[in-house]
Design a protein. Structure first.
Length: 115
């Protein structure tokens, strides 16, 4: 069993930055990949970014060049650095982990981009 706890969300003005963290309850060495998703009000949950054990990363077109996903295996934590935030980035952001076929989700953290 893996427990994921997100943090770092909040209210930010357009153009601002936030860094989200996803802390896992145990070692993330066996978790591959880890991802971030988001869900805006009235919309379906959508994939945002992926990071593998080898450091491979991939991004949704809408966030490419603005968001950076990374993982610190020593701290059992995955991060999402979000720069150049736009109002359309407003959503609840969820951490996802796949551990040998078992899928886990965090509880989500709210990100609101508004002036």
């Amino acid at each position: 069993q893996v427990q994921l706890v997100e943090s770092g969300g909040g209210l930010v003005q357009p153009g601002g930055s936030l860094r989200l963290s996803c802390a896992a309850s145990g070692s993330i060495l066996s978790i591959n990949p880890m991802k971030w998703y988001r869900q805006a009000p009235g919309k379906e949950r959508e994939w945002v970014a992926t990071v593998s054990n080898s450091g491979y990363t991939n991004y949704a077109h809408s966030v490419k060049g603005r968001f950076t996903i990374s993982r610190d295996n020593a701290k059992n934590t995955v991060y999402l650095q979000m720069n150049g935030l736009k109002p359309e980035d407003t959503a609840v952001y969820y951490c996802y982990a796949n551990q040998v076929g078992d899928v886990y989700w965090g509880q989500g953290t709210q990100v609101t981009v508004s002036s």
